[in-house]
Design a protein around this ligand. Structure first.
Ligand code: ADP
Ligand code: MG
Length: 226
């Protein structure tokens, strides 16, 4: 069964159609990579999938819960790392404090941040902040994790550490939808790839099918990375 299915999704802003009849499925354990030029509708697609935007037409079927990791980390600046991670499990999910803290410490260790639980976001590098936001998303036990350009605010070295963390999650069979401009990463980590262009899925398939596609727009897009 698909964890997420979107059928014939349309979305306009101020009369401009930004998503034009998008349909996709995400299966359990699958990594879906979404690539495409700026303005092609990738973020809007994720925002519709996760309910941050309401689609104008179409159907979204969703089984389970999801977590979100954004480009700009979106940590609460006035909360410590620990409070950033534990706040929603405690207040929204009403889970037990001991259990939530124990798990948060395990997540921080896994993210290489065992010594940072009392730090504030401003005391951390961008890469560390992004790893905290991944830990925060994982603390809610999501069935799917959505990433919207998780490395585009980071320099290459910090980008590599985030990509490594996401690769490890993929090896643990975490179901993920990842919008990224890291083409090698998208090719290596994804089971299925979607190339968005002008609000439509212009090419989709296995990484090989998409990256080796003869679609002119796809070739033009990839050319910008070489
Ligand atoms: P991408 O993530 O691929 O760069 P977006 O989904 O962010 O693309 O944007 C697609 C188009 O929709 C762009 O032209 C953008 O300006 C427009 N858009 C996105 N969000 C809004 C909004 N809240 N209000 C008006 N226009 C928007
Ligand atoms: Mg975007």
């Amino acid at each position: 069964m698909s964890l997420l299915e979107m059928k014939n999704i349309k979305k306009s802003f101020n009369g401009v159609e930004v998503l034009k009849d998008i349909s996709l499925k995400v299966e359990k354990g699958e990594v879906l990579g979404i690539i495409g030029p700026s303005g092609s509708g990738k973020s809007t697609l994720l925002r519709c999938a996760t309910g941050l935007e309401t689609a104008d037409a179409g159907e979204i079927h969703y089984s389970g819960t999801f977590g979100l990791v954004f480009q700009n980390f979106n940590l609460f600046p006035h909360y410590s790392v620990m409070k950033n991670i534990t706040d929603a499990p405690l207040k929204v999910q009403k889970r037990k404090k001991e259990e939530v803290y124990k798990e948060a410490r395990e997540l921080l260790k896994k993210m290489g941040l065992a010594d940072k639980e009392d730090a504030y976001p401003c005391q951390l590098s961008g890469g560390q902040q992004q790893r905290v936001s991944i830990a925060r998303a994982l603390a809610l036990h999501p069935d799917i994790l959505f990433f919207d350009e998780p490395t585009s605010a980071l320099d290459p070295e910090l980008t590599a550490e985030i990509l490594k963390v996401i690769r490890e999650l993929a090896m643990e069979h975490m179901t993920m939808v990842i919008v990224t401009h890291e083409m090698n990463f998208a090719r290596n980590v994804s089971d299925h790839v979607i190339f968005m262009d002008g609000g439509v899925i212009a090419v989709e398939g296995t990484p090989e099918e998409v990256f080796d596609s003869s679609n002119e727009r796809m070739k033009e897009f990839l050319g910008k990375f070489n």
